[in-house]
Design a protein around this ligand. Structure first.
Ligand code: ATP
Length: 222
């Protein structure tokens, strides 16, 4: 686990990925997205950032500490992956723009930072706090979640306008890339529902996460 105070500056060209989510629970869709984009973008590191109090959606039903522990178990053994706990330890709402601003100041202006997103999260970007500033702080990499790239003309006009000039070239921040990934129609919502109904969720998420869910009796009632 990396905390804010332990985070170390990296060399100028070691691109890093930042992947935020509620991770309630983390599953193979998340891990596969991170692995695919780490390869496509040649990232030296992907930081999974579990959200504390997410501003855009209902409060997660699972305590942040549990979601953090599940993420730590899920990334163990992958040398490129780590968990960044800063949104869980920060008080108040979790804004991605604040996380990226903090990382940018730790890493310096030359380090490419890539914010990793599923296509559904990207399509809702204009609802995010200070969303246009995200492009000043990081590049955005969007993975197709259900096997389909979002057609630019289906995006809100303000997002389409923001993105259209950013599809070529990439520096430390400001570029947008759409990347293909093997579609995995796994969702945390469906995993929680299956657990509530006593159905197996094995092979949808790492065994280490499944053991934690069972030990802690997460998602067992309504
Ligand atoms: P929920 O079902 O509770 O909404 P989720 O499974 O969608 O959860 P989140 O934590 O909300 O997971 O998502 C974090 C990020 O992971 C988002 O950018 C989302 O688009 C992406 N993501 C989630 N599931 C998948 C999947 N199966 N394939 C690719 N990307 C995914």
């Amino acid at each position: 686990m990396i905390t804010e105070s332990q985070a170390t500056p990296r060399t100028a060209h070691a691109a890093i990925g930042v992947f935020g989510g509620t991770f309630d629970p983390i599953h193979f869709g998340h891990l596969r997205l991170a692995e695919t984009l780490a390869d496509s973008l040649q990232l030296s590191e992907v930081r999974f950032v579990p959200s504390g109090t997410p501003p855009h959606r209902a409060v997660p039903r699972t305590a942040a500490q549990h979601r953090l522990h599940m993420a730590e178990r899920a990334v163990a053994g992958n040398p490129r992956f780590c968990v960044d706990a800063r949104e869980v330890t920060r008080s108040g709402l979790s804004y991605t723009v604040d996380t990226l601003a903090a990382l940018r100041s730790e890493q310096g202006d030359a380090t490419p930072i890539w914010l990793l997103l599923g296509a559904d999260a990207f399509a809702g970007l204009t609802a995010w706090h200070d969303w246009q500033r995200l492009f000043a702080l990081a590049n955005l990499a969007v993975a197709a979640r259900a096997g389909e790239m979002p057609a630019l003309d289906t995006l809100p006009a303000s997002l389409r306008d923001e993105v259209s000039g950013r599809l070529q070239g990439a520096g430390a921040a400001g570029a947008v890339r759409f990347c293909a990934m093997t579609p995995l129609a796994i969702s945390a919502t469906a995993i929680r529902a299956a657990c509530e109904h006593g159905e197996s969720v094995r092979y949808l998420l790492p065994d280490t996460v499944l053991h934690y869910i069972n030990e802690q009796k997460l998602y067992t009632h309504g």
